[in-house]
Structures are given as structure tokens and as C-alpha cells.
Ligand binder design. Structure first.
Ligand code: ZN
Length: 371
């Protein structure tokens, strides 16, 4: 074992001992033996922001020697019909734009959007809110993979009302209509989604405040996409504060007390000094973003991963080719997926990945490892 590796292991061990409770056990292997070298799809051309270098595989498991209280046999509650928990796996944050009647670079046809939900459901994915992901408070049943829905620009196809006999009904072909309808049939799938709107959002200007309140009342979120869909990289700090602060103030006026907690970058572009994007104040209203979302182009790391950076959060473009590419990839490489252990107070990971665990993310939680 090289010296630096030993030092890193000792540092991690100290971190583990300081902040968290480690349980080492053996889970029965549910998946075939892992390949020695994992491949990852090539980086998408849509990003330009984020390298898509695959995570280094641990050749020399840091977990060896870090044996806390050994638990023999399987970790209790393991569902053998499902994937092995791995809370260091990746999470897809899907990025939709237009929902409409055709397929295009920035448009998803509504029937295909419904098929996306069906496929995700069938393949063991469950919706969680972006904020729960960021706060490391993922609540999906054991053996399932969390997935996040995001919608940019706030177009009418995302949330449309139909007017019938003087009554308003949610358009069953709009994204919100499809999500709610799907959840009626599959209540365990969830309805979490974040809308990065422009103003006034969702067409139908007379209804926009009502729509925003409806989303918040139904557990969905409004995110920040700047006031004017600007390239933030070109603005001064004061201009950034105005662009980022204005939507926060606007939403507060419509939903008192509501906190806009995340920002999706228009064009994926960020100023060199991103401090004024992360937090600031405009017109007496403070704002603070827990995360800054990019435009592309790959699944995001687990919050438990020491390389996780919430201020450069990648997303997967929700178009057919990218959805196929990543869903097929995770079907071939289930060990790369974030798979929940069903308990938000514990972190279950393969022992050989222990070196990647961020002790701060694990503070206050019980860490369970398996070989
Ligand atoms: Zn946009």
C-alpha cells in the first residue's frame, strides 16, 4: 500500500470515528461480479461545463482494516429481490424544457413524457425533491433509486389549464397533469418536481400566480432561472444580484414565506466569481441557493461522495437519446446507481468505496459497509 494511500485511509478513519458510526457487515452479492474496468458513455456535447470523467474505481479498498462493529450475515431489512443498496451511486437530475405535441431538441412530446415516467417507475426509480437530495434526506424504499425532475423556462405545456364550462381543469397533456395522473395510478412514484420558470410563467398570464401556489401546495418547487434568462457570466456582481434576487422577491409576493432554494443557470454559464449567484440580497430580500444547476450532461454524484459539488450540479437532458443512453447505462451497471437502503439515517455503501465517502455528509448517520 503506497504511503499516501495509508495516510488518506488514516485521515478517513479519523473522520469516520469523529463524526459517524461505522458498521461493517457483509451483504449478499445480488449482482454479478463487477467488471474490473467500468466504461462510461462519452461526455455529451451539451455541457461544456462539467467533465464526465468516470469515478476512479478503488483498486486498493480503503475500507480494509476499517472494521468497526462487525455485523455478521446480511444487513437487516435487505430486500433480496431488489438492487443492493449503494448510497455512493449516482443520481439523475432530469432536465426537461418544452412539453408539447412534437419531439425536438428542447421539446418532449407529452405521450413520450408519460412513457419516461413509466420506464423510470418500471426500472426502479422513484421521484424525490431536489432539496431532499441536497440535504441528504432521500426517502425511497430500500432497493430503489431516487430520480429528480426539473423543468426549465416555465412554458405553457409544463402547466396548462383547460377551460370547460367556466371551470378550469389541469390539461392532462401538460407535464403537471401527467405527473399527477401517473401518481394516482402509482402513488409510490411520487410527484416531486422543480420548475425553473421565467415570468410570468406557464403562459396564461392571468393564472400564473394561481399555478405557482398550486405547485407549492402540491409539494412541487419553484426554482430560480434568473429574471431575464441572462448569461450571468457577462454581468457585474450588482447585476447578478438583481437577476437572481428579482424572482425570489416575486415568488415571495405570491407565496409568502416561500424560499427559492436552487438556481438553474441559463445557458449553463456562470461568472468566474460565483459568490453573488450563491447568495446575496436584492431590494431588501436575501437569497441563498443550495445548488447551482448546469445544463448538461451526466448523472450527478451522491451527496455522500467527497467530490460532490452542489454549485456545479450536472443534469441529464431529458430527450430520447440521452434518456436511453443513461437508463441503458444504469441497467448495464447497476452498481453505478444510487440505490437506497430505505433508511435516511444510515448510509450503506460497498466497503471498497469507503475512501470516497465524505465524512461531513455522514456526520450523525450510521455508515454500513459490505464487501
Ligand atoms: Zn432556460
Amino acid at each position: 500500500m503506497p504511503k499516501y494511500r495509508l495516510v488518506i485511509n488514516i485521515m478517513i478513519l479519523l473522520g469516520l470515528l469523529a463524526g459517524m458510526h461505522l458498521v461493517s457487515g457483509r451483504l449478499q452479492r445480488l449482482t454479478p461480479p463487477r467488471e474490473a474496468v467500468l466504461t462510461t458513455p462519452a461526455n455529451s456535447s451539451t455541457s461544456g461545463d462539467q467533465s464526465s470523467e468516470p469515478p476512479a474505481r478503488e483498486q486498493n479498498p480503503a475500507g480494509s482494516g476499517v472494521t468497526g462493529q462487525a455485523v455478521s450475515g446480511t444487513v437487516p431489512g435487505t430486500n433480496r429481490n431488489r438492487l443492493q443498496p449503494n448510497e455512493l451511486g449516482k443520481v439523475m437530475i432530469l432536465e426537461y424544457h418544452l412539453i408539447g405535441d412534437k419531439e425536438d431538441r428542447w421539446e418532449r412530446q407529452y405521450d413520450n413524457f408519460r412513457k419516461d415516467l413509466e420506464r423510470l417507475y418500471r426500472e426502479g426509480y422513484r421521484l424525490i425533491s431536489l432539496v431532499d437530495y441536497l440535504r441528504n434526506s432521500i426517502r425511497v424504499p430500500e432497493g430503489y433509486t431516487p430520480v429528480v425532475l426539473t423543468f426549465d423556462d416555465g412554458s405553457r405545456g409544463q402547466f396548462n389549464y383547460l377551460e370547460k364550462d367556466g371551470q378550469k381543469v389541469i390539461d392532462p397533456r401538460s407535464a403537471v397533469g401527467i405527473i399527477l395522473d401517473f401518481a394516482r395510478e402509482h402513488p409510490d412514484f411520487g410527484t416531486a418536481a422543480t420548475f425553473y420558470t421565467l415570468y410570468p410563467p406557464f403562459g396564461q398570464a392571468r393564472y400564473w400566480q394561481e399555478k405557482v401556489r398550486f405547485l407549492v401546495e402540491h409539494g412541487m418547487d419553484i426554482g430560480n432561472h434568473t429574471a431575464n434568462h441572462v448569461n450571468l457570466a457577462k454581468l457585474s456582481a450588482a447585476e447578478v444580484a438583481k437577476e437572481v434576487g428579482t424572482p425570489v422577491k416575486t415568488i415571495r409576493e405570491v407565496v409568502p414565506g416561500y424560499e427559492v432554494k436552487t438556481l438553474a443557470l441559463p445557458y449553463g454559464l456562470l461568472p468566474k466569481d460565483d459568490a453573488p449567484v450563491r447568495e446575496g440580497e436584492f431590494a431588501g430580500v436575501p437569497y441563498r441557493n443550495l445548488a447551482i444547476l448546469l445544463v448538461g450532461a451526466e448523472p450527478a454524484l451522491s451527496v455522500n461522495d467527497s467530490r460532490f459539488n452542489p454549485y456545479r450540479l450536472p443534469r441529464v437532458q431529458a430527450i430520447q437519446s440521452e434518456l436511453d443512453r443513461w437508463l441503458d447505462y444504469f441497467a448495464r451497471h447497476p452498481e453505478e446507481r444510487y440505490v437506497s437502503d430505505g433508511d435516511a439515517s444510515t448510509i450503506t455503501i460497498p466497503e471498497k468505496a469507503l475512501a470516497r465517502l465524505n465524512p461531513r455528509a455522514a456526520a450523525g448517520k450510521t455508515v454500513k459497509t459490505y464487501r
